[in-house]
Design a protein around this ligand. Structure first.
Ligand code: AMP
Length: 217
């Protein structure tokens, strides 16, 4: 299974990818999580990516393309993966296509999750992440503990710097300008399917699952 979860920040790609990766036992590849970990560990990749991330800009294509090559050629990706946050530019989509050709693998489907813009800003400003296990909690649906500790692993819950409303608006503009054209790229290939991302997590998962049963070869 090789899937791309596509859509602007805040539509629930990370949440859905985690659930699907558990269900289908395939790797969840979140380029945002990989970069945040690199920043936390102050690696060379982290140093290169930090300022772009803090300001809600995209990390340069050449860095991201080298990163995705490493991750996809890693043995842990052999049985499939769910891509969350990559590709984000046409250049990245084309590079991914070339990499797939080189490895003689193909994509099953690109799931485009759709949510209204005002809901996105609202969702992101209510989002908390666990620094340890990367679980995502939302004040809108979960009771986020007042001691800000993750109920699953005890790790520290924090709000992402780039989830501030002004940075979110900037990220949405970046999405409209740089990422949206990818939709047509995959639509023309017959790989893109739209899913309504409004409503609770479970309903969205169910919509995706019924689509996968339908679409999976
Ligand atoms: P995310 O967690 O997917 O919202 O990603 C957080 C941030 O990481 C983005 O706002 C970008 O700065 C950076 N990032 C993640 N994936 C990519 C990508 N494919 N291309 C460029 N920048 C990325």
């Amino acid at each position: 299974m090789r899937i791309i979860l596509f859509g602007p920040p805040g539509v629930g790609k990370g949440t859905q990818a985690k659930l699907l990766s558990k269900k289908f036992r395939v790797r969840h590849i979140s380029t945002g999580d990989i970069l945040r970990e690199a920043v936390a560990h102050e690696t060379e990749l982290g140093r290169k990516a930090k300022s772009s991330m803090d300001e809600g800009r995209l990390v340069p294509d050449e860095i991201m393309i080298a990163l995705i090559r490493d991750v996809i050629t890693d043995p842990r990706s052999k049985d499939g993966f769910i891509l969350d946050g990559f590709p984000r530019t046409l250049t990245q989509a084309e590079a991914l296509e070339e990499l797939f050709q080189e490895l003689r693998i193909s994509l099953n489907i690109v799931i485009n999750i759709e949510v209204k813009e005002e809901e996105i800003v609202h969702r992101l400003s209510s989002r908390w992440m666990c620094r340890n296990c990367r679980r995502i909690y939302s004040e809108l649906v979960d009771s986020v503990p007042s001691d800000r500790r993750c109920p699953k692993c005890g790790g520290e819950l924090y709000q992402r710097k780039d989830d501030k409303p002004e940075t979110v608006r900037h990220r949405l503009n970046v999405y409209m300008q740089s990422t949206l054209p990818i939709k047509e790229f995959y639509r023309k290939k017959g790989l893109l399917v739209d899913v309504n991302g409004m409503g609770d997590v479970r309903s969205v998962t169910d919509r995706i699952l019924s689509l996968l049963n339908h679409e999976r070869p």
